[in-house]
Design a protein around this ligand. Structure first.
Ligand code: GAP
Length: 449
């Protein structure tokens, strides 16, 4: 890659990271102690953005469907779960350590030239032999630290659903096909966390295990390809930046017969956003064998018993947040002034509307603006009131956090018969005067409510 392109990509990421911190979206984890690599903390605006993503996902994949059962399994699980799933034996990345500076790298992510020469990209020292490094965080449950007390922070939410398959079957008696869905934290001791929220050691996943008769896996797989694209559109990502990659034989996870990676054009290159895998009956069979519990399904109509196969759409919450930030970040000039802003889709914007009185020292204006603010809050929830500084500064502040619309109350609002307010559009900066009685319906339309 050319040096200039790399520099521009880094600048985009630096701007996104700096705006995220400056405006209370995302902070470095444990910052006052110098940070903890691979961890990030969501601030007041970031947590709403992230929650909006999770709500949109839950609505599309759980609430709006009749065939999906929600779950929230424990993060800590019996160690046998991870032995049976293959994670204890095989959830590892290739690691090399520099014999001189002792830095550690993922062997498969090193510059191929340096890898060939066995040369450290940091100090030029000699790299040691490649080892497999298991990425699960190990811990002990209870007061003893012997092998029997070992547990792991889950590296994927999926297993919580496989081990509850029988519970859902026994309590809800669903017919195939049906799915289980959950959103929750996952942990991976990544050798090289990098690129802000892209690869972290603690992150959230939104996963579905969809159980099918093996005869029918193909159309279900295609259905979820379409649904994943639909979700990508729901959160407002540019579809032109999303690409399907058919993962070839030999490169798929140990459990998968078919995988499509949904890749995204990040500022640092095209890399995975989400994954869709055909996990076959690998997991249910493995857990049935290791636990001695029957995890089969009886088809009443066909009078046959079999172990269902699984289609798994898997989404990273934090990667979605990063893609939204990267997609939305814009710099332009408005009214002769430079500005940086986030062109969030109204669906995900943490603040939907901001209300300002033209002047803060005129009671008639502030009380009318507060009255409108309360009405809009009831209607749209995420509404802010701001009276500090000039109107121009208030617009810039809202643009920077991606608020789609600002409403200004001026003397016309209190003096003219139809009480006009000014509605300003974030992206174009265009302002329109509309009668107060039409405000809620106009904003509802614009916000797709
Ligand atoms: N259950 C399947 C599974 O976990 P994966 O491809 O390893 O598959 C699924 O992970 C998704 O989780 C990824 O597509 C990505 O969005 C997210 N993800 C994985 N590792 C991550 C990390 N270290 N940091 C942030 N997100 C991650």
């Amino acid at each position: 890659m050319k040096k200039d392109t790399k520099k521009a990509e880094n600048a985009v990421m630096e701007n996104i990271i700096s705006l995220s911190k400056r405006r209370g979206f995302i902070f470095q984890g444990s910052e006052v102690y110098g940070g903890l690599a691979g961890t990030w903390d969501y601030g007041p605006l970031g947590v709403i953005l992230k929650q909006n993503v999770k709500n949109i996902w839950w609505k599309r994949f759980v609430t709006d469907r009749e065939d999906m059962y929600g779950m929230d399994a424990a993060i800590l699980m019996n160690q046998n779960v991870w032995k049976a799933s293959g994670h204890v034996g095989g959830f590892s990345d290739p690691l090399v350590e520099c014999t001189k500076c002792k830095r550690r790298f993922r062997a498969d992510q090193l510059d191929p030239e340096l890898r060939k020469k066995n040369e450290c990209p940091e100090c030029g020292g000699k790299l040691g032999a490649e080892k497999q490094f298991n990425m699960m965080f190990r811990t002990h449950v209870g007061a003893t630290e012997d092998e029997g007390a070992v547990s792991y922070l889950r590296p994927e939410t999926a297993q919580g659903m496989f081990v509850n398959f029988k519970n859902v079957l026994d309590t809800f008696h669903p017919k195939l096909p049906f799915g289980m869905a959950q959103i929750g934290k996952a942990f991976r001791n990544e050798i090289a966390p990098r690129d802000f929220l892209f690869r972290t050691r603690e992150f959230e996943q939104m996963e579905i295990e969809y159980f099918v008769d093996p005869k029918n896996w193909k159309p279900v797989f295609e259905h979820f390809v379409a649904e994943m694209h639909a979700f990508i559109a729901d959160v407002g990502l540019d579809p032109k930046k999303v690409h399907e990659l058919e993962v070839p034989d030999g490169e798929r996870a140990h459990y998968s017969m078919r995988t499509i990676d949904f890749e995204y054009d990040w500022p640092f290159g095209r890399k995975e956003l989400y994954g869709l895998a055909y996990r076959t009956d690998y997991d249910l069979k493995a857990h049935a064998k290791a636990s001695n519990v029957d995890l089969s399904y009886f088809d009443e109509e066909a009078k046959v018993r079999f172990v269902p196969h699984v289609i798994e759409p898997s989404f990273g919450v934090d990667r979605t947040v990063l893609a939204i930030l990267a997609d939305s970040y814009r710099e332009d000039e408005l009214g002769g002034e430079k500005r940086a802003y986030l062109a969030f889709s109204p669906n995900v914007a943490p603040v939907k509307v901001a209300v300002f009185p033209l002047l803060k020292n005129k009671d008639a204006l502030t009380s009318k603006a507060r009255e409108i603010y309360q009405v809009l809050r009831k209607e749209f929830g995420a509404v802010e009131y701001d009276e500090a500084g000039s109107i121009g500064k208030r617009y810039r502040r809202q643009d920077e956090i991606g608020t789609p619309f600002c409403v200004t109350v001026d003397f016309d609002t209190i003096e003219k018969p139809n009480n006009p307010v000014t509605v300003r559009d974030r992206d174009s900066g265009k302002q329109e005067s509309i009668p107060l009685k039409d405000l809620v319906s106009l904003l509802s339309q614009k916000l797709n409510k």
